[in-house]
Design a protein around this ligand. Structure first.
Ligand code: SIN
Ligand code: FE
Length: 292
């Protein structure tokens, strides 16, 4: 496989991991590569098997998430399955948390567990506007959730029971992408960040960094020529494998696949081994301005 993927021989969710493995994983992650663990499967229990059926995967179940603070599952009408759903998602959250803390001990002081999501709907045929279409190359940036420079780290497991891989396209280095669009991104009006926060449209104030990241996200997705011509590598993550990456840095598009679990973490730039590789620092270098 090409240099966008770093394949590691990890086969359990908890350490101890060797210093060499930790170093390899950290260097790859922070350089904007996908850390792929082909031998790390997330085990679904017998009683949870019905969550992996097309009966369950209706439109209503499209975006199932678990808020770790509230312990509540949202976005599903399948209340009869809620107990098993919560159990599976909580187990995935715990496993991912263990993996990330044992693999990246340097992050311990600056990492926060965020949402868990379950994605039971086939990506092909999903209807959405281009801005929300994750089949298009993008870096993650969310209109309602400013990060003010904190990283978005995500762990994914393919739990498809019928042998189907989850296909991604992985694009060019973040800096190359950013340089194409940063000059065209609109800057916020003076009172805009305060107003959006006061109205509850954003959770806290949007920084200049967040504004630029949203702009890059939208401009890339809305540019058919970029989507067609940008360098990209196709990669299929088979069932019973796990991968992780900084999705605010790795250009990615989810092309096809069904039944995946995802766990989000936020990481402080100060906890990184090489903060200069973060999107915030890259954008500050390009623009010559402080952005948070
Ligand atoms: C995304 O983050 O764009 C979607 C990834 C996936 O569901 O595989
Ligand atoms: Fe994404």
């Amino acid at each position: 496989m090409t240099d966008v993927i770093e394949s590691l021989e990890i086969d359990r969710w908890s350490g101890p991991f060797s210093a060499e493995l930790q170093h390899k994983a950290l260097a790859a992650l922070e350089a904007g590569r996908v850390v792929f663990c082909p031998r790390l499967a997330f085990a679904v229990k017998d009683e949870e098997a019905k969550l992996l059926s097309s009966d369950f995967a209706t439109g209503k179940a499209k975006n199932i998430s678990l808020d770790p603070a509230k312990g509540q599952v949202s976005g599903t009408a399948a209340s009869s399955h809620e107990e098993h759903l919560r159990a599976m998602m909580e187990r995935f959250a715990r496993s991912s948390n263990q993996l990330v803390t044992d693999l990246f001990p340097g992050y311990l002081e600056g990492i926060e567990l965020a949402r868990t999501s379950y994605r039971p709907v086939e990506i092909v045929g999903r209807q959405s506007s281009p801005r929300k279409d994750d089949r298009l190359l993008h870096v993650d940036a969310f209109p309602s959730r400013p990060t003010r420079g904190r990283r978005i780290l995500r762990v994914f497991s393919n739990i498809n029971p019928t042998g189907k891989a989850r296909i991604w396209h992985v694009g060019e280095p973040f800096e190359d992408f950013a340089r194409k669009y940063v000059g065209a991104v609109r800057r916020p009006f003076p009172l805009e960040p305060s107003l959006l926060a006061a109205l509850g449209i954003t959770k806290g104030k949007r920084s200049a960094y967040d504004q630029i990241m949203l702009g890059l996200h939208d401009k890339g997705k809305l540019d058919p020529r970029y989507q067609k011509e940008a360098p990209q590598t196709e990669f299929g993550f088979p069932p019973d494998t796990t991968w992780l990456c900084f999705t605010d840095q790795v250009l990615h598009a989810a092309i096809s696949g069904q039944f995946a679990l995802e766990q989000t973490f936020h990481v402080d730039i100060a906890a990184m081994a090489r903060p200069e590789q973060s999107p915030l620092r890259v954008l500050e270098r390009i623009t010559g301005q402080a952005l948070v």
